[in-house]
Design a protein around this ligand. Structure first.
Ligand code: SF4
Length: 434
């Protein structure tokens, strides 16, 4: 007798790590009994990989559940990941939610669904996250993208006061070194030319004698892989050897995303960040001097409890003066399990919005300045996709480039002369080798 096939779709909220995990979970469902479909198509089961990093992340889950119920009223919903781990009661109450699966079991969702398919009540599966080296069941091959994330680490031991990651994702743990290499080989064999090293606190990667630089060195030897990029990395965890490597001819992209969070020492101390403004600045200057054309991005929180006008001004001045090329600006919101949840000296929303806008505008100006410096140069672009006659891709230093071309450039690395600044990036033209 033929088994009834269940259609299943996926949606990812939040960070790059969540994206990498959804890609893996999705691939585990490419088995008899399930058919993976697009999120917009009718499905029997809809999986949402949730995020809880800000209030907006939480609200997005609710909005998406409502959307699924409107468009796909017969679907059963599985909410997995960070918000599922820390807010299970709240999520179970949402309509048509059949499974709430935390981070410890989410990669094993196929078995969870099979084990609980006859249950008549919503299933909440959020065991304590174990602290031990981990492996990943299948490769996160992603046919839709040229760049692909490779997870090497999870969790965090730093316990910054505003952050609930150590609760949502558990304590720091590293992926078994050979398991990373095994997935990398599959990803490269399937055509991915750029791997993005991903985790919560990747600089703390340690598995037996291996550190993050060993991962980078091992990946570099693989034929077919052209670029290795580090996603976000904590400022105090970047070894000098990484900067040295970036500054020499290597596959390691000249791009660092290093969260600052605040440019004021009193706030940094209250946040329990592990550096002072001076230490952060010295590191950024050093990286900028040692690596030609390096692109440095950062994250910053606006409206941390008690943030005065002067403290905000300190952050603004620091970001203006340092060679940082873009920032992601987050409006502070209290997180359920974070220490600052109990702080009463909150900043009013209008001030937060006003300060956020000031920093976003500064970021736009600084990115344009970085792009301007690149004009006139000829650089390799890894092309991703075509829209309205323009192919788009990234330089190794994370500049977005557009080229008008009738040829199929997908997943090709081609030299491009960077010519003008456009609305969304740099406009260039292909350089043909005679
Ligand atoms: S370093 Fe701090 S902000 Fe980053 S995940 Fe760890 S606790 Fe959260």
């Amino acid at each position: 007798m033929q088994m009834m096939e269940q259609k299943i779709s996926f949606y990812t909220l939040g960070c790059r790590l969540n994206q990498s995990e959804t890609a893996v979970v999705k691939n585990t469902f490419k088995v008899d009994g399930f058919k993976v479909v697009d999120f917009n198509q009718p499905a029997d089961v809809v999986v949402i990989n949730t995020c809880t990093v800000t209030e907006n992340g939480d609200a997005d889950t609710r909005r998406l559940v409502n959307k699924v119920n409107r468009l796909n009223p017969n679907a059963q919903i599985a909410l997995i990941g960070c918000q599922a781990q820390v807010q299970k009661e709240k999520l179970t109450a949402l309509p048509n939610v059949r499974w709430v699966v935390g981070n410890e079991r989410k990669m094993d969702l196929l078995n969870v669904l099979n084990e609980t398919k006859n249950a008549t009540t919503p299933q909440v599966i959020t065991p304590t996250i174990e602290r031990k080296p981990f492996t990943i069941p299948v490769a996160g091959i992603d046919e839709l993208h040229t760049r692909v994330n490779i997870k090497i680490q999870d969790g965090c031991d730093f316990f910054c006061t505003f952050c609930e990651i150590p609760y949502a994702r558990g304590r720091a743990r590293s992926r078994v070194f050979n398991d990373i290499l095994k997935e990398a080989k599959s990803l490269i064999a399937s055509g991915h030319k750029e791997l993005v090293i991903t985790g919560i606190n990747v600089g703390t990667y340690k598995e037996e004698n291996h550190e993050i630089l060993d991962v980078i060195n091992a990946l570099e030897d693989y034929e077919g892989l052209e670029r290795i990029r580090i996603s976000s990395i904590e400022p105090t965890t970047i070894a000098d050897d990484i900067i040295t490597k970036m500054g020499t001819q290597s596959k390691l992209c000249r791009h660092l995303h290093i969260p600052l969070q605040s440019g004021d020492d009193t706030i940094l101390k209250d946040m329990k960040r592990k550096y002072s403004v001076c230490e952060f600045s010295e590191f950024i200057e050093k990286a900028h001097q040692q690596v030609d054309d390096i692109c440095i991005g950062t994250d910053v929180i606006v409206g941390y409890p008690g943030e005065t006008d002067q403290q905000f001004e300190n952050t603004y001045s620091l970001l203006k003066d340092l060679p940082i090329d873009y920032f992601h600006v987050f409006s502070y919101s209290p997180r359920y399990m974070a220490k600052t949840q109990n702080y009463t000296n909150t900043i009013d929303i209008k001030t937060i919005q006003h300060r956020s806008k000031i920093l976003r505008d500064l970021s736009t100006r600084k990115r344009a300045c970085f792009y301007n410096q690149l004009l006139g140069s000829i650089v390799p672009i890894l092309f991703e996709q075509e829209k309205n006659g323009y192919w788009t891709g990234l330089t190794d230093h994370y500049a977005r480039v557009y080229v008008k071309s009738n040829h199929n450039l997908q997943n090709q690395i081609r030299n491009v002369k960077l010519e003008n600044i456009g609305e969304k990036g740099i406009i260039g033209s292909l350089i043909y080798v005679k």
